[in-house]
Design a protein around this ligand. Structure first.
Ligand code: F6P
Length: 550
């Protein structure tokens, strides 16, 4: 299958790519002011609504011709075949010889999705049912700790995909959460993280979720061991206490058992779930405990609705495909280095951090499926902060700096909390920012405002800075699911066209291996024989010399 899906030509030699390059040359002098003037209906025409999300893409530097070429590029890259291959459970993560089936995690109970010749949906639902049982027990107080106390604190220990999804979802859906339970998330190997997370908790009331696909990750295992020590110290050293306070979420049962967690307290997922695509697997246990089974299933339904939309909608009506193609247009033809994600919903404050792993670990690649260097740029840098905080910080550069920074604004018609006039003020800022970025302010306008001549250049806003506005009715578990799947599949779309494996992450390996080599050199009592480069050797010597001194 791989062979038939391989693009006939390398990406930048495809006819649509060549035509896009020529089209870019024609379009580059164009201004959004002109595009809107020429087509008074542009705002309506370039708005796509599906699954309860609205994408206004009218303030992008595109014309009908650009869009046709982008859709042609998707077709020439066999996007639809690649989508089908993913849903069919083919091993599209070919460098790891794995299927990519996070979509099965949110498939309805009656569905059938195959991996390795097996319908995996029944086992997905079996785990979901076990998660629901444990969540209910913790939430209703049936689950008791070693001393018989009910659980008041849940601490998720994990990193990367085993942390960022759960933290983001917890923060996003806090309003729907059980406020009588405290949730903490520990990821960093820096001891300060676990110390601050545990310092005011009673071990007798604490449930620790050790979340790790591999159950070998340095940070997670170190934090889990520290947490075990803390728990045992607080509960009189009785090893039997572990059973009532530790739960593992992993694909690796032998390692879980080795750590001392009863595999009866293990929630399984599978190698066809990538870490950064795992928040709808058992990795989402903290989310389910926080918001309850019903809300968690609503989130899964949102994810599934977007999965189906992505699988079935033609490119021109396909939200993730369109978002991915627009991003690629800036990245590869305008040379944009970054994308700003700007949620105007405070509960989405961790969404940009979550997207960073999703987008950059997926598409931060430079080797094609054929093992050659790519001849074009791949994944841009994602970053962002919730509005309106960013406006008083980095927006200056987006408005008047020298770089092109496409922005995704995310906002909701209804607030989670209606607090006086706050929401109208918040949303007015979203619309104002997108308007200001697109249309700017001319010198004539600045002059007409009475700006002194010498100041006019400083008061001019060039405009023509692109943005998407994504709107939905209200941030609910279901809508969060849709937003997550929207970006997952936009990343997929780009990876297909860039002809890379979006599902491996070899780039994080080298540093991990080198750290394992350096740890004993920092720890050893005797002076180690160092064989690194002169800079690393010197840094190690400095650290060893100073680490013990007050
Ligand atoms: O940083 C690399 C990575 O493998 C991520 O892809 C993953 O989400 C994270 O480490 C954590 O891995 P694990 O869940 O196996 O502990």
């Amino acid at each position: 299958m791989q062979a038939t899906m391989d693009p006939l030509k390398s990406t930048s030699k495809k006819s649509a790519w060549v035509d896009l390059a020529a089209h870019y040359e024609k379009l580059r002098g164009m201004h959004l002011r002109q595009l809107f003037k020429e087509d008074p209906k542009r705002g309506e025409r370039y708005t796509l609504e599906a699954t309860g999300l609205l994408l206004d893409y009218s303030k992008n530097l595109v014309t009908d011709e650009t869009l046709e070429l982008l859709f042609r590029l998707a077709a020439e890259s066999n996007l639809q075949d690649h989508i089908e291959a993913m849903f069919r459970g083919e091993k599209i993560n070919f460098t790891e010889n794995r299927a990519v089936l996070h979509t099965a995690l949110r498939a309805p109970r009656h569905a059938s999705m195959m991996a390795g010749g097996e319908n995996v949906v029944p086992k997905v639902h079996a785990v979901l049912d076990r998660m629901a049982h444990l969540s209910a027990q913790v939430r209703n107080g049936e689950w008791r700790g070693h001393t018989g106390k009910r659980i008041r604190n849940v601490v998720n220990i994990g990193i990367g995909g085993s942390d960022l999804g759960p933290v983001m979802a917890y923060e996003a859906l806090k309003y729907y959460s059980d406020r009588s339970i405290r949730f903490r998330f520990v990821s960093n190997i820096d001891g300060a993280d676990i110390l601050e997370a545990l310092r005011d908790l009673d071990p007798a009331e604490t449930l620790l979720l050790v979340s790790s696909k591999t159950f070998t990750t340095l940070e997670t295992m170190a934090n889990a061991r520290t947490a075990r020590g803390w728990l045992l110290a607080g509960l009189g050293g009785d090893e039997k206490a572990i059973a009532g306070h530790f739960v593992a979420i992993s694909t690796n049962a032998p390692e879980v058992a080795k750590f001392g967690i009863d595999t009866a307290n293990m929630f399984e997922f599978w190698d066809w779930v990538g870490g950064r695509y795992s928040m709808s697997s058992a990795i989402g246990l903290s989310t389910m405990i926080a918001i309850g089974e019903e809300n968690f299933r609503a989130m899964l339904s949102g994810l599934h609705q977007m999965d189906e939309h992505f699988r079935t909608a033609p490119a021109a009506q396909n939200l993730p495909a369109l978002l991915g193609l627009l991003g690629l247009w800036y990245s590869d033809f305008f040379g944009a280095q970054t994308v700003a994600v700007l949620p105007y919903e405070h509960y989405l404050k961790r969404f940009p951090a979550y997207l960073q792993q999703l987008t950059m670990e997926s598409n931060g690649k430079s080797i094609t499926r054929a093992g050659k260097n790519v001849a074009h740029d791949t994944g841009p840098i994602y970053w962002g902060e919730p509005g309106t905080n960013g406006q008083h910080s980095f927006y200056q550069l987006i408005h008047q700096g020298t770089r092109l920074i496409p922005c995704d604004f995310i906002a909701f018609a209804k607030p989670i909390h209606a607090v006086g006039p706050h929401h109208d003020m918040l949303i007015a800022n979203v619309f104002a920012q997108a308007e200001a970025l697109a249309f700017g302010k001319t010198a004539a306008q600045a002059e007409a405002e009475g700006t002194p001549q010498w100041l006019v250049p400083h008061r001019v806003f060039a405009g023509n800075r692109p943005s998407n506005v994504i709107l939905a009715e209200r941030l609910t578990p279901e809508i969060l699911g849709k937003l997550v799947a929207l970006y997952e599949h936009a990343v997929f779309t780009q990876g297909v066209i860039w002809d890379i494996d979006s599902f491996d992450q070899w780039g994080v390996e080298l540093g991990k291996v080198l750290a394992q080599r350096i740890i004993p050199e920092l720890e050893s009592a005797a002076e180690p024989k160092l064989a690194h480069d002169s800079s690393t050797n010197n840094l190690i010597r400095y650290y060893r010399k100073h680490k013990e001194t007050a």
